[in-house]
Design a protein around this ligand. Structure first.
Ligand code: SF4
Length: 334
């Protein structure tokens, strides 16, 4: 497949044919593999330096697994993940550990992802110790600097996570991920667990940090309203595969894939006149099991526009835009 988003020289991360299968085994003494959960099933995309790529899809579609497989927290079953041209899937041991400094993750649940027994200073400072970047006074100063950077009072270092609100805890999580000066961050539903009033503050913080530190993001979310503001381009995922990928304006104005159209129809429009006319596309049935996805197009069991060919052939991943303004889609309608 050709590059799916512009000039090679701008590319920070290149993912090609990424597969992440989890084996299902049977037997107590001798374990025998009987099937695979195809959590991610052959996806390809690039992320450019300084860009935010939104990755959207329903729960269980494989988006978080994609993030973890990119960071090599899961070792991919197949495919390639290149970071600044270096193949991550072949890295091991100390080389991989050093590489991980450049790629960090922000987790969905700020309540669960912070150790309740550690002070904020220890939580944020831990990566500095692990990667031997700072200790003693230097570490303490760096922690205070990081807390300031994410909008927290630097004198909170001796407090514990339970003393903070949800939004503040997410700020602590962000400070921890920034401690090692990463270039790339996988933000795995970083605002989903927060109150709506706090979500915008965290999105603004991530945008400011991106502008000031030159960060690149993969921003994972389960609905399109959450990624609209922050993403430069958006990829839509369904049952382990990408179905559409384009810039954020084109995706909202001219969605091509029937699944994207259904997801968008659920997004409220702030204009009351247009909102009144919004037609909701309700998808029938449940998402099929990733252990046994449908033949051909895996969306066909729920697609309102399904045709005979959809059961026979897996639709090709095609650029329906131009080389400058790419619009990738996998659907036999195009
Ligand atoms: Fe629907 Fe067929 Fe397109 Fe799949 S390929 S999205 S089933 S029309």
């Amino acid at each position: 497949m050709s590059s799916n988003n512009g000039s090679k020289k701008d590319v920070l991360l290149e993912v090609k044919g990424l597969k992440m299968y989890f084996p299902i085994t049977k037997g107590i003494i001798i374990q025998k593999k009987i099937a695979d959960v195809k959590a991610v099933d052959g996806i390809s995309f690039n992320i450019k330096h300084g860009e935010t790529l939104g990755l959207v899809g329903e729960s269980g579609c494989g988006k978080s697994t994609t993030g973890r497989a990119i960071l090599q927290l899961y070792r991919p079953t197949a495919g390639s993940v290149r970071f600044e041209g270096k193949e991550l899937t072949e890295m091991k041991g100390e080389t991989l550990r050093r590489q991980r400094r450049e790629m960090q993750m922000i987790f969905q649940d700020p309540y669960a992802s912070l150790n309740p027994r550690l002070t904020v200073g220890n939580i944020v400072g831990e990566p500095l110790e692990v990667h031997k970047l700072a200790s003693g006074k230097e570490r303490q100063e760096r922690v205070q600097e990081l807390l300031k950077l994410v909008g927290l009072n630097p004198y909170f270092v001796n407090r514990y996570p339970h003393e903070f609100s949800g939004g503040q805890r997410q700020r602590i999580g962000i400070a921890r991920s920034l401690a090692v000066n990463p270039k790339f961050i996988v933000a795995d539903e970083p605002i989903s667990a927060l109150d709506v009033s706090i979500q915008a503050q965290i999105v603004n913080l991530l945008e400011d940090l991106q502008a000031n530190l030159g960060l690149t993001y993969l921003f994972i979310a389960h609905d399109l309203s959450m990624v609209r503001h922050i993403s430069d381009r958006i990829a839509v995922m369904y049952l382990g595969k990408l179905v559409e990928l384009t810039d954020h304006i084109t995706l909202y104005e001219d969605p091509l894939h029937p699944y994207t159209q259904a997801l968008l129809s659920a997004v409220p429009i702030p204009d009351p006149y247009i909102e009144e006319k919004r037609q909701r596309i309700v998808l029938e049935g449940d998402v099929p099991s990733p252990t046994n996805p449908p033949s051909g197009c895996n969306f066909r069991t729920r697609c309102p526009r399904v045709m005979d060919i959809c059961a026979e052939k897996d639709p090709e991943w095609k650029n329906m835009g131009t080389p400058e303004n790419e619009h990738w889609v996998a659907c036999h309608l195009y």
